[in-house]
Design a protein around this ligand. Structure first.
Ligand SMILES: Nc1ncnc2c1ncn2[C@@H]1O[C@H](COP(=O)(O)OP(=O)(O)OP(=O)(O)O)[C@@H](O)[C@H]1O
Length: 674
């Protein structure tokens, strides 16, 4: 049966016909709630008269009646202890006066002395006092804001009004209206821990959603039972073969709804593209969360992933074949970051040339439409499509610090209009790991359990104020998280979710997924591949094919790439990490084998330096600095300052490009130039 609030009930009372019969009925109806106190008065009078007939001269009855009267008053006082003080006193006075009068009437007679006057004055007085109470209980001024403020009184919000609560399975939502001019939504936010304590629930079970249009109204949400306690294993990709524009499902909320997020923007849904921070303390379940997100991404048909993992693919190994490019920290990460920087303008230009204001799934298709053509004559251009690019930096604190705030903020800003999403994970979510401005360039966060002092780093203030507390979980609740990201209803932000868990059973499925991605997923488009190869040379090979199969990834042989500095298809099977011979073709001088004590001539030294750069390039070490030459200096009797000077010279000559890190230079690929 639908719930009725007091106003609806009142309305029902007023309904009915208005003829004489109707008016009689209406009056009877209105009088009904006020009759019981009067019936009580009449009953007491009758009891007094009848009692007098029976016990007029009985001393025993006097004792019995007096004791019964005291006992009844005491019982009333005790029974009413859980009601308000006012109601308790009112009830006790009524019972005491009524029972004392009945006792006196029984013993002395109802008309003796002042007893009848007391009845005629006191009876109606008491009955009326109860009628007044009933009338006052209905307060139209507080319609929708019931006066049951017991809970709020306990937590210091006595004047606040709680409206009619909406009760769903495991969720109670109650509107709250605060005292105008005296209290604000912030006061409720500050009281959430006390409300949880009053209800004997964990802090995360109570949330407050302020009304965007009012500083004194909002909704209190209580989720009494922790439905996330049950560990649920990864069920496999939610939408294999779907688009990266579809939601990425990484777990579930405490009401069973999917825990999901989106990376690309959607102009139709008024949603911007985003970068994601995965933040959580040690043991909070960051590893599994990353697997959830990465498996979702790799199962989509129009996205490629570049991933840097200084942990040597400890967690991601089964998925590595599905990556378009995976590197293991150090210099390779520097190169990957440089490649992302190079890909941004190239991709943005392609999008602009094809009439896209931002990346949409249609970008990944061959461009057969006249609406999206780069040809000046307006005919369809037939250009290869451009998949979305996810650049993932695992344990990224050092990388981001090396890159510098301004550089990262710039990359983050521009990447969004280039169809690129950055995913960054941090070992410890705190400002000593990442600066405020870098943090601010990552609009989305998956905030797992952390140290309570780091909550402010993980989540926006308003989400914390609404009741989110990742610090309460620490590493005791692995996989529990709050997700803040465009596209998610903001009222969900303070609701905890839990990611799926990955066990050994998931490994073969992840391996199958990686093979599926190799065969069916998107390959890098020529523009992105060219930008990457132009920076990384042989270090960027594009995604490999499953064993014994031909790679589907766009590589150097594409026509559009003819002018670029790309990986020679013949060289794709060269292992960039393999040791190269100690000398270059046509060069008799051993590169790393100078006899000690021999000081090379300036000319010889410059040649050795050029050879060393060539060898770094051949090895795929595309970002270098003086420290990389330490051993080389020792072997060749040359100093680090000499190397620093040569590096600067090489930059002037165009052999090197400066990076954002002082003293680090990017090698401009020469080996693979056409
Ligand atoms: N969603 C989940 N449900 C249940 N258990 C989980 C979940 N996610 C992770 N775990 C378990 O919690 C433990 C810690 O997880 P994990 O190693 O991923 O944490 P981490 O944050 O990556 O820690 P570290 O930073 O030390 O690597 C593991 O035993 C893992 O299986």
């Amino acid at each position: 049966m639908a719930e009725r609030n007091s106003e609806q009930q009142h309305e029902l009372h007023l309904r009915g016909s208005s003829d004489a019969g109707g008016i009689g009925k209406y009056l009877m109806h209105r009088a009904k709630p006020h009759l019981p106190p009067w019936l009580g008065v009449a009953g007491s009078g009758l009891a007094g008269a009848l009692g007098h007939l029976r016990w007029a001269d009985s001393a025993g009855a006097g004792v019995g009646l007096t004791l019964a009267s005291v006992a009844l008053t005491g019982t009333t006082w005790w029974v009413a202890r859980s009601t308000s003080a006012q109601r308790r006193l009112h009830s006790a006075i009524t019972v005491a006066a009524g029972s004392a009068w009945v006792t006196a009437a029984c013993l002395a007679g109802p008309t003796t002395g002042p007893i009848d006057d007391l009845f005629l004055m006191g009876g109606p007085g008491l009955a009326l006092s109860w009628n007044v109470r009933i009338v006052m209980r209905r307060n139209p001024d507080a319609a929708g804001e019931g006066s049951d403020s017991g809970l709020l009184e306990k937590v210091g919000l006595a004047k606040a009004k709680i409206g009619t609560a909406k009760v769903e399975p495991n969720r109670v939502t109650a509107p709250i209206a605060l005292e105008p001019g005296e209290q604000t939504n912030e006061d409720v936010a500050k009281s959430l821990a006390r409300i949880a304590s009053a209800l004997d629930l964990p802090t995360s079970a109570v949330r407050y959603l302020p009304d965007a249009g009012s500083a004194r109204r909002g909704e209190l949400v209580v989720v009494p039972e922790d439905m996330l306690e049950e560990v649920v294993e990864w069920p496999g990709p939610s939408n294999a073969g779907g688009s990266i524009a579809d939601p990425l499902v990484i777990g579930r909320y405490d009401d069973g709804a999917p825990l999901q997020l989106w990376l690309p923007g959607d102009p139709g849904a008024n949603r911007n593209s985003t970068h994601v921070l995965i933040a959580g303390g040690t043991g909070s379940g960051k590893g599994d969360t990353a697997l959830n997100l990465l498996t979702e991404i790799l199962s989509r048909k129009d996205v490629i992933v570049w991933l840097s993992d200084p942990k040597a693919f400890q967690d991601f190994a089964p998925l590595r074949p599905g990556l378009d490019w995976g590197v293991e920290g150090g210099t390779d990460t520097e190169v990957l970051v440089e490649a992302v920087k190079a890909a941004i303008p190239a991709r943005t230009r392609w999008l602009g040339d094809h009439g896209y204001r931002q990346w949409v799934p249609g970008c990944a298709q061959v461009q057969n439409s006249t609406k999206h053509t780069c040809r000046e004559d307006g005919r369809a251009c037939g250009c290869a499509g451009m998949p979305f690019l996810v650049a993932w930096m695992e344990e990224a604190a050092n990388t981001l610090r090396a890159l510098g705030d301004d550089a990262f903020t710039g990359i983050a800003q521009e990447a969004r209009s280039a169809g690129i999403a950055l995913v960054v994970s941090l070992q410890r979510p705190s400002y000593d790991q990442m600066s405020t401005s870098t943090r601010a360039s990552l609009p989305s966060v998956i905030a797992l359990g952390c140290d309570p002092r780091d909550e402010g780093f993980s989540l926006p203030d308003e989400v914390l104020a609404a009741g989110a507390h990742p610090g309460a979980w620490g590493n005791r609740r692995p996989g529990y998280c709050y997700v803040v990201s465009p596209g998610i209803d903001e009222s969900r932000y303070p609701s905890p979710g839990r990611t799926w868990r990955f066990t050994a059973r998931a490994v073969p499925v992840m391996e199958m997924l990686a093979t599926w991605t190799q065969r069916n997923g998107a390959g890098a488009d020529p523009i992105t591949a060219q930008a990457a190869s132009g920076v990384a040379g042989r270090l960027y090979t594009g995604r490999t094919a499953p064993e014994g199969e031909q790679a589907v990834t766009a590589t150097a042989e594409e026509d559009e790439m003819a002018g670029g500095m790309l990986v020679d298809p013949e060289d794709t099977d060269i292992d960039p990490d393999a040791e190269l011979p100690g000398s270059q073709p046509g060069d008799d001088a051993p590169l790393f084998g100078q006899e000690t004590g021999h000081k090379p001539s300036p000319e010889e030294a410059r040649r050795l330096f050029a050879d060393a750069l060539a060898q770094f390039e051949a090895e795929g070490r595309m970002v270098v600095g003086p420290k990389d030459f330490t051993d080389w200096c020792d072997r060749n009797n040359l100093s680090r300052p000499w190397v620093s000077a040569r590096l600067k010279e090489a930059a002037v000559e165009g052999r090197l490009e400066p990076t954002n890190t002082t003293g680090r230079w990017r090698i401009v690929p020469a080996l693979t130039a056409a």
